[in-house]
Design a protein around this ligand. Structure first.
Ligand SMILES: NC(=O)c1ccc[n+]([C@@H]2O[C@H](COP(=O)([O-])OP(=O)(O)OC[C@H]3O[C@@H](n4cnc5c(N)ncnc54)[C@H](O)[C@@H]3O)[C@@H](O)[C@H]2O)c1
Ligand SMILES: [Zn+2]
Ligand SMILES: [Zn+2]
Length: 392
């Protein structure tokens, strides 16, 4: 089969690799019809992880079951399925609690596993013709319709992007009706975090970035775009809140109730945008959040950055403004998405016509287009926000 592999820093290649096959009686083999590129893939592409050349990339599969092992009961060849990014056993105590991204059985070295990701287990990625799906009854989530129908882009985003935006807004930030929300990063995760916050009834949602196409998209989905090239985003948001008119006695609530970090450790330094500053977003968030608010960290922070960018030191022990967070009584929650908690819920919002996450998809291509799409995505050029590949 053909697959997108990590070849070297800022180089992916489309190569012929051995076909994925059934390896256990609980496996399914899925023919991938759509598979997206994620900001997480860029951390590998940029050489910022321990990814080894030859790794098959991709963790956002939608497809059709081609073959199942003898113990698989709930899906059969021909079933259209979306596969959550973080694969899981479905029966350990973490899975039983709905914490599938911390499954105790999917990876020998620690909690949780994912397809096509350095340090997240031996599982090959989904930017390929075929994908082996372990514990298929737990990991194959049926979706209605036919490959290539009007929901193809919505359903592929159920693997990772929409569930992560929802997890950040609903579970990590705890967005409730009427909340004011600021999202740092208007990539796919930030945009779908903002979209989820709006679905949950947030009063106003700000989206901070400095890429025109992404700021425009934030406006399109109903958020207020904040361009950090125009100055400190914290001051811009406070000024907007003051303009809107804070009720008498509520002036101390001139920030926002909930903040989502959808940037991660490769955050750019706003003072020197050619440099990185991994603590940029947490320091902005701490200044902006209202007393007793919450900060959701969905952007990735690794244990160690093997090749830090200019301005970063590669150390996981970032300085965070503990004093500010403590005196405001802020909850800070981190983490990988327990995808499977939300897959069916969000699928049904899509099917009911209440959510169209595909609004963030800007590009499509064949596997052969992967090198070019990775290049544009990495440079945030050509209006690329979310690209979807179609291996078959
Ligand atoms: N928690 C999870 O399970 C999970 C799942 C998927 C993705 N992620 C992570 O979420 C993050 C975002 O993913 P994405 O696909 O949207 O990536 P992306 O690279 O498309 O988006 C990141 C955005 O952040 C912006 N940015 C950079 N510095 C900034 C700053 N100082 N302030 C505001 N914006 C800034 C960039 O311009 C870019 O638009 C990545 O770190 C990714 O690894 C986490
Ligand atoms: Zn991802
Ligand atoms: Zn488990």
């Amino acid at each position: 089969m053909r697959a997108v592999v990590y070849a070297d820093v800022r180089t992916v290649e489309v190569r012929e690799v051995p076909d994925a096959t059934l390896e256990a009686e609980t496996d399914a083999l899925v023919r991938v019809t759509s598979t997206a590129l994620c900001g997480t893939d860029l951390h590998m592409y940029d050489g910022r992880t321990s990814a080894e050349p030859g790794l098959v990339l991709g963790h956002e599969p939608l497809g059709v079951v081609q073959e199942v092992g003898s113990a698989v009961q709930t899906v059969r060849p021909g079933t259209r399925v979306v596969i959550p990014t973080h694969l899981f056993c479905g029966t350990c105590v973490m899975c039983a609690r709905g914490r599938s991204a911390a499954c105790l059985r999917a990876r020998a070295e620690g909690p949780g596993a994912a397809y096509g990701y350095a340090g997240m287990g031996p599982y090959r990625g989904a930017q390929a013709g075929l994908l082996r799906v372990p514990w298929a009854d737990a990991n194959c989530v049926p979706v209605p319709g036919e490959p290539g129908d009007a929901y193809e882009d919505d359903f592929v985003l159920l693997a990772d992007a929409f569930v992560t935006g929802w997890h950040a807004a609903a579970t990590l930030a705890g967005v409730e009706p009427g909340d004011t929300v600021a999202v740092f990063g208007a990539g796919t995760i930030g945009l779908l975090g903002a979209y989820s916050a709006l679905l949950r009834g947030a009063g106003v949602v700000y989206c901070v970035d400095d890429v025109d196409a992404r700021l425009d998209k934030a406006g399109e989905i109903g958020a207020v775009p904040i361009d950090f090239r125009r100055g400190d985003p914290v001051e811009q948001i406070r000024a907007d809140r003051a303009r809107a008119g804070l009720p008498l006695g509520e002036e101390k609530l001139g920030g926002v109730d909930k903040v989502i970090d959808a940037v991660g450790f490769q955050a750019r330094d706003r003072e020197r945008p050619d440099q990185e500053r991994p603590d940029q977003v947490i320091s902005d968030a701490a200044r902006l959040v209202n007393p007793t608010g919450a900060i959701a960290v969905a952007g990735v922070y690794p244990d160690r950055d093997p090749h830090p960018g200019p301005g970063a030191d590669g150390h996981e022990n970032l300085v965070a403004p503990w004093g500010t967070l403590f005196s405001k009584g802020v909850a800070v929650r981190f983490g990988r998405t327990h995808d499977r908690r939300y897959t069916v819920l969000l699928r049904d919002l899509v099917v009911a016509g209440r959510a169209r996450p595909s609004v963030v998809v800007t590009h499509h291509g064949a596997l052969a287009d992967a090198p070019e799409l990775y290049r544009s995505f990495d440079r945030r050029e050509n209006g690329l926000i979310k690209a979807v590949l179609h291996p078959s």
